[in-house]
Ligand binder design. Structure first.
Ligand SMILES: [Zn+2]
Length: 310
């Protein structure tokens, strides 16, 4: 077809389109696909409008001008400690996010666990620390010739004594070296026993006692220095360790097993035996290794008044 003829045909087609208007075009465009019924009632309705937004939700909640802020992080927490491992930067694996046990650096001192609390079953604290009227005991102690002075109450965890005394000497200027810290009832027992020890010294050794060498009186500790054991009566100023006896003009006698048949052995056996008349607990050489070199004397309360005299 010559070029001019083709151009004319195109122009004619354009003119027809323009004359028929947009309806002709849209009618052709909206022609329903084949297979769909052309019933007018089947025209889909527009979806229902969503419900109105409730008025209370229409406006956002007012934001306070000053929103509460979390407390400042303490400065000591912002400095990483040397013992804490650095948190790995990578978090792409679950393992990296798990807290790892803190391992102290090589050679570092591992902090010791806190000390085991003293035996909670020890009932003596309440008995000993509870206010007691020891005025009658003190009058007896004076009449026994003891020299003493009251001390302030001792409170040290489960150890302690409400009315301890510092006793420096007993009858006949019998010196206590060093002075003892005892509650009055234990001091009275010591004073009464000492008068019997004086009798034994003059009878068995021919001369009076001048002093008692003391190991321990008040000390907050477990029995036999075992921290896992029940609290010792020393913890309540209710027990005393006698290490030996001193005299004016003869050598001192230590509480050790003396050769059998000697005056020293006789004297030691006598004073030890008499101690059971005044103290509820008497332990010494032969009782156990912890008492091989002293007499442990205390006033521990036991069921049915039982005594431990070994
Ligand atoms: Zn002791």
């Amino acid at each position: 077809m010559p070029l001019r003829h083709r151009l004319a045909t195109r122009l004619a087609a354009a003119a027809i389109l323009a004359l028929s208007g947009p309806g002709a075009l849209s009618g052709a465009a909206l022609a329903e696909p084949r297979g769909v019924p052309s019933d007018a009632t089947a025209i889909p309705m527009p979806p229902p409008e969503p419900p109105q937004r409730p008025p209370e939700l229409a406006t956002p909640a007012p934001v306070p001008a000053e929103a509460p802020r979390p407390p400042e992080r303490p400065p000591e927490l912002s400095v990483p400690t040397t013992s804490a491992p650095a948190i790995p930067a990578s978090t792409d694996s679950a393992k990296a996010r798990e807290p790892e046990p803190v391992k102290p650096p090589e050679g570092a001192e591992v902090p010791a666990p806190p000390p085991r609390p003293a035996d909670l079953s020890a009932p003596a604290l309440a008995l000993t620390v509870a206010p007691v009227d020891d005025s009658a005991c003190r009058r007896r102690l004076e009449r026994l010739g003891a020299r003493f002075e009251p001390l302030p109450a001792i409170t040290n965890g489960q150890c302690g004594a409400a009315k301890p005394l510092r006793v420096t000497a007993l009858a006949d200027d019998l010196a206590l070296t060093p002075p003892v810290t005892l509650v009055c009832s234990a001091a009275e027992s010591l004073a009464r026993w000492a008068t019997e020890a004086q009798v034994a010294a003059e009878r068995d050794l021919g001369q009076p006692l001048k002093g008692l060498t003391i190991g321990t009186s008040y000390e907050c500790r477990g029995q036999n220095h075992d921290p896992d054991a029940k609290l010792s009566e020393h913890s309540f100023a209710n027990g005393v360790d006698v290490m030996g006896f001193t005299f004016a003009s003869r050598p001192a006698i230590s509480v050790l097993a003396a050769p059998e048949g000697t005056p020293e052995a006789t004297f030691l056996a006598a004073v030890r035996g008499r101690a059971c008349d005044f103290f509820r607990t008497v332990l010494g050489p032969g009782s156990d290794a912890a008492h091989a070199n002293h007499l442990h004397l205390d006033e521990r309360q036991r069921n049915a008044g039982h005594r431990l005299c070994q």
